[in-house]
Design a protein around this ligand. Structure first.
Ligand SMILES: [Zn+2]
Length: 202
């Protein structure tokens, strides 16, 4: 009786143990299946959160400029050794002219400036021989008003806030006047010491 009872008990225990093991196995395999998926889900959530945080912060820190910055990166041109290769051909600065432009750029970090790049066009190539600074009427961080450039100007250039090389609506109006004065001339925007954007070239 005692024996049978203990046998029965141990059988029950065995059954329980087997049942428990099966359950454990289920849990383990269930865990294993979902573990990879959970890590994947977590990674996606983290990635999306970081991306949203980036957009959110950049909006508050830089305002809409972040979109201008992204856009300008894809459509602007860099100068190296006083030479710019752009959509319309090449622009070659005489060494002194580029140095002069850099000096003006460095002196006008707190507001926009305008500069008249004097020179000529030869085929698809533009040559800048000297820089003239027109009389400034008003200027602040994100705008400049100046007298028109003189005859002989090939690029009517002004600066924009750092890394913001996108043309403004106001710039489009300026471009019309530049073209009316000289059909070969076009508009330039300088947004870094060696980064430019150009509009209105052939
Ligand atoms: Zn502008």
């Amino acid at each position: 009786m005692e024996k049978a009872g203990s046998l029965k008990n141990s059988e029950e225990n065995n059954e329980k143990a087997i049942g428990k093991n099966e359950k454990d196995n289920e849990i383990i395999s269930g865990k294993e299946e979902s573990e990879g998926f959970r890590i994947f889900k977590k990674a996606i959530i983290v990635f999306v959160s970081i991306f949203l945080m980036f957009l959110f912060l950049s909006y508050f820190l830089l305002g809409n400029n972040i979109f201008d910055i992204l856009a300008s990166r894809s459509s602007s041109f860099t100068a190296s050794n006083g030479r710019i290769i752009f959509g319309g051909g090449t622009i070659t600065f005489q060494e002194e002219a580029y140095q002069n432009l850099l000096e003006i750029y460095n002196e006008n970090q707190q507001h926009e400036f305008k500069a008249c790049l004097m020179g000529y066009k030869s085929g698809k190539n533009y040559f800048v021989e000297k820089i003239e600074a027109p009389k400034i009427i008003s200027q602040d961080f994100s705008s400049v008003r100046a007298e028109p450039c003189r005859e002989g100007t090939i690029i009517d250039l002004h600066s924009h806030p750092y890394k913001s090389c996108y043309l403004s609506v106001h710039d489009l109006t300026t471009l019309k006047y530049v073209k009316a004065a000289n059909k070969d001339a076009f508009l330039g925007v300088m947004c870094e010491p060696d980064r430019f954007n150009f509009y209105g070239y052939d």
